[in-house]
Design a protein around this ligand. Structure first.
Ligand code: UD1
Length: 421
């Protein structure tokens, strides 16, 4: 297992380019199973979750080749329709294989994803949606087993207790492309990653209308073709670098930002009194002496993303005043709070709310990463903390950030990856 050792207090300077979006890549990779031929995907981030997805595809007999962020997928040799537990348990996002498998091949055996450290993560909406399209789905020996003939279009409501589900929307949209007749998804997720998936599917020949709104209509077609497609930049990675720059009082150019994907985040920074320049796809940060406390509520897009909650908490831990973060998407997603407090932050929890009293300084310590975005939050804290911070279990971080320490080092950070005995 690897850990990071960070010497804090270095101002970040220079430019960094954002990689392709992990959360767009996973469903778009799955969508290639719907095609008759090969697909070629560009701007695919070389991160652990993508590598795991490729392993699952290979275990099914799907041929792949991944070089320099370009992934070729040839589904023609697929001969197994099972996503094994050892992979699904490390990557819940693999659930987005379910829709294409059920729709195109009429069968899927999928290990139940189970819980994870950010809370229980049910897949009832995925199952409900696929059943609505006619799939016969049962639970056996910890697996979801599905069989069906050609699916039939229907109206599917995907709102849950915590809002729309991103990957359930992806699954039902993918499944509906090959179903007979028309499918309407009500309370669909509006995330940019869903819009990107719809664009890919449309290029493949799917008929989809209304993506990016809460109502998506799909007219089923008989066949889809393999295509060449480039995916959007990673909005979460982009904002993580913006926060790293402000925390270290640096002047950094972050290239590959789509402003309309990150409006809620930019709005929060504006409320904190931070200013920056945005030109084309680049955000230029300007060294700020300090920033104000802000209250945030995480919500589905276009609200403030839960995937930036932990990193923004590090930023607010050093704000002037008291901030409150209310987590409405994953109410238990607060494991990083204890670790940030070890570094000198002053954060208390009240149910799904974190109350953050800004402090003047953080000081280095040994901390442990618990999930992907929490890991990034701890690295950000390490960059600004006085002295040495050790962040262990960074395999979580490797799931979603491409060459994180390399990109930070290019900006002047002192960060090293070492193998933990
Ligand atoms: C995706 C993202 C993840 C992000 C999350 C919310 C990927 C690979 N992952 O995950 O990074 O944090 O969106 O923006 O894209 N829920 C149910 N029943 C279901 C499905 C979800 O109750 O069947 C609940 C979840 O527990 C959660 C909320 O709905 O409280 C939103 O989850 P969802 O949008 O489904 O997250 P994912 O798509 O799994």
């Amino acid at each position: 297992m690897d850990k990071f050792i960070i010497e804090g207090g270095r101002k970040l300077e220079g430019e960094v380019t954002v990689s392709g979006s992990k959360n767009a890549a996973l469903p778009i990779i799955s969508s290639c199973l719907l095609a008759e031929g090969k697909s070629l995907l560009h701007n695919i981030p070389d991160v652990k979750d993508v590598q795991t997805m490729i392993k699952i595809l290979n275990s099914m007999g799907v041929k792949t080749s991944f070089r320099k962020n370009t992934l070729e997928i040839d589904p023609s040799g697929i001969n197994r329709f099972t996503a094994p537990y050892e992979f699904v348990s490390t990557m819940r996002g693999s659930v987005c294989l379910l829709g294409p498998l059920v729709s195109k091949y009429g069968k899927a055996v999928f290990s139940m994803p189970g819980g994870c450290v950010i809370g229980s993560r049910p897949i009832d909406l995925h199952i409900k949606g696929l059943r609505k399209l006619g799939a016969d789905i049962n639970q056996q020996d910890g697996n979801i087993v599905s069989s069906s003939g050609r699916l039939e279009g229907s109206t599917v409501f995907l709102g849950g207790n915590f809002g729309s589900s991103v990957l359930a929307t992806a699954n039902i949209m993918m499944a509906a492309t090959l179903a007979k007749g028309e499918t309407c998804i009500e309370s669909a997720a509006c995330e940019p990653e869903i819009v990107d998936l719809a664009r890919m599917l449309k290029k493949m020949g799917a008929k989809i209308y209304g993506e990016g709104s809460h109502f998506i209509r799909i007219e089923g077609v008989r066949k889809l073709k393999g295509v060449e497609y480039g995916i959007i930049p990673d909005r979460i990675e982009a904002c993580t670098y913006v926060l790293a720059a402000f925390l270290t009082r640096g002047n950094v150019g972050i290239r590959g930002v789509v402003p309309e994907h990150v409006f809620s985040f930019l709005d929060v920074l504006g409320d904190a009194g931070i200013s920056m320049d945005i030109k084309n796809d680049t955000v230029w940060t300007r060294s700020a002496p300090g920033w104000k406390a802000v209250d945030i509520t995480t919500l589905p897009f276009p609200g403030f993303p839960t995937d930036l909650q932990a990193q923004t908490m590090t930023f607010l831990a050093m704000a002037d005043g008291v901030s409150v973060i209310t987590e409405k998407v994953f109410p238990e997603r607060f494991i990083h709070v204890g670790e940030l407090n070890r570094l000198g932050a002053s954060i208390s929890l009240d149910g799904a709310r974190a109350i953050i009293k800004g402090v003047d300084r953080l000081s280095g310590a040994r901390v442990m990463a618990s999930d992907l975005r929490a890991s990034a939050a701890l690295v950000l804290a390490g960059l600004v903390a006085e002295g040495r911070t050790e962040v262990s279990r960074i395999y979580h971080l490797d799931r979603g950030y491409e060459r994180f320490e390399g990109k930070l080092r290019n900006l002047g950070a002192v960060i090293e990856r070492v193998n933990e005995k």
